[in-house]
Design a protein around this ligand. Structure first.
Ligand code: ADP
Ligand code: MG
Length: 240
């Protein structure tokens, strides 16, 4: 579903991603971890064409992200993105947050978009909050709305960038539970997170980025086992 080959991305003269190659198969869950500033967010942004890149190729469902001929808005519409800070539309009700893009971008009827939106809110446990505004919800609830909003676009894959790192500890598990259910339903997912319990339980593979290079890319059981590299072990010992 996502195929990244020899990706190099620079900000000015500094390469922040260097010759990175990896892939995410349909239905696969890949967790991306690594120290702050190592390039995790940049990698995710390149996949969703939010940042241009200098070398290499990224294919999403067979479509080349770097090809100038590619219709990037329609590609982005098919890849769900969930950020650290929710980024809901504060002036729109929860249900309107879920129906806006399906109506405007996908041309869905208001009635269809609304029924689907309510279904999705039900799925993340928030059906009772449809008519509230984002500011009336807790951080954990807002992040679950953000996930439901991304799902309203019928994404081919979901990208998460530290979706729980702005949340109070007691709200982290409610968001991870939604992500776990999504993974179990077969969603293709690339998740930047330091929630190693989630990674251990849910991820098929773990990618460890260090200084802009992919230092490890292996099955989760291996990553958390005795065979992890010293660098990865040292990182894990600091965050666990
Ligand atoms: P991570 O998500 O792993 O913490 P980032 O992908 O955000 O790391 O950043 C990787 C590197 O790129 C860092 O050194 C950061 O300072 C730099 N960087 C990120 N965004 C920009 C930007 N818009 N302009 C210049 N440098 C940036
Ligand atoms: Mg980041």
């Amino acid at each position: 579903m996502i195929d990244i080959r020899n990706l190099t991305k620079r900000y000015g003269s500094t390469a922040v991603l260097k010759d990175c190659s990896t892939h995410v198969a349909k239905g696969e869950v890949v967790v991306v971890c690594g120290p702050s500033g190592s390039g995790k967010s940049t990698l995710i942004k390149c996949v969703n064409a939010l940042e241009p890149f200098e070398a290499g190729t990224i294919m999403v469902d067979g479509i080349s992200v770097g090809d100038p001929a590619t219709d990037l808005p329609s590609l982005r519409a098919r890849v769900g993105m969930v950020f650290q800070n929710f980024e809901l539309f504060p002036h729109l009700k929860i249900i309107e947050n879920l129906t806006l893009a399906p109506e405007k971008v996908l041309g869905r009827s208001p009635d269809f978009a609304r029924r689907k939106g309510l279904d999705l809110l039900d799925r993340v446990g928030l059906a009772a909050h449809a008519r509230k505004y984002p500011g009336q919800l807790s951080g954990g609830q807002q992040q679950r709305v953000a996930i439901a909003r991304a799902l309203a676009m019928d994404p081919l894959a979901m990208l998460f960038d530290e979706p729980t790192s702005a949340l109070d500890p007691e709200m982290i598990s409610e968001v991870l539970d939604v992500m776990t259910a999504l993974a179990r339903d077969g969603m293709t997912m690339m998740c930047v997170t330091h929630e190693m319990g989630f990674a251990r339980r849910v991820a098929h593979r773990v990618i460890f980025i260090d200084g802009g290079t992919i230092a490890e890319d292996r099955p989760a059981a291996e990553f958390f086992g005795d065979t992890a590299s010293p660098r990865a072990k040292s990182f894990l010992s600091r965050i666990l």
